[in-house]
Design a binder for this molecule. Structure first.
Ligand code: S3P
Length: 172
């Protein structure tokens, strides 16, 4: 395994937070959830951050939280689904560690998220339309930062976590 953090990226509902916790446990590293870090720092949930400062305000805080990891002990980091939107973030991800992309389809992502009220970008009139267009726009960005890609469709978090650990251990 290369030095640095192990970043887990992918669309909402890909299972990033759950898989990150399992992988962290298996490889013996701490686990950081970037959305949870932002929420803790701001003292409010992501939905309220979107309401009060808009998506741009949230993205600025997300970039700050990512940069703060430069001085954090080596960890497994579950990133929010939009971390790859900003080009600067993509550079930071590549610089600070190994990136694992958990793939999921729009339909599967929506099914897993269930209640979209906690996902401001999916909670409009058509969740399916929003998920499909966001995923189409982002797929190439996830791929551009990924060192490792794992398809999660038809797999539970246990199986995905084992595959990630196997691939990470095999990566030079
Ligand atoms: C977002 C994903 C969310 C959260 C915010 C924006 C996105 O995180 O950061 O709602 O743009 O895809 P999860 O991927 O953990 O749901």
């Amino acid at each position: 395994m290369r030095p640095g953090h192990l970043f887990i990226v992918g669309f909402m509902g890909a299972g990033k937070s759950t898989v990150a916790r399992m992988v962290a446990e298996q490889i013996g590293l701490p686990c950081i959830d970037l959305d949870a870090e932002i929420e803790r720092h701001e003292g409010m949930p992501v939905t309220r951050i979107f309401e009060s400062v808009g998506e741009d305000g949230f993205r600025a805080r997300e970039s700050e939280a990512l940069r703060a990891l430069e001085s954090a002990p080596r960890s497994v980091v579950a990133c929010g689904g939009g971390i790859v939107i900003r080009p600067d973030n993509r550079v930071v991800l590549k610089r600070l560690g190994t990136v694992v992309y958990l793939q999921v389809t729009a339909a599967e992502a929506l099914a897993r998220v269930g209640d979209v009220s906690t996902r401001p970008l999916l909670s409009g009139p058509s969740g399916m339309l929003a998920a499909t267009s966001l995923l189409t726009a982002r797929e190439g960005l996830y791929r551009s930062v990924a060192d490792i890609e794992v398809d999660t469709v038809g797999r539970g978090p246990d199986e995905v976590a084992s595959l990630v650990v196997e691939r990470v251990r095999g990566a030079k």
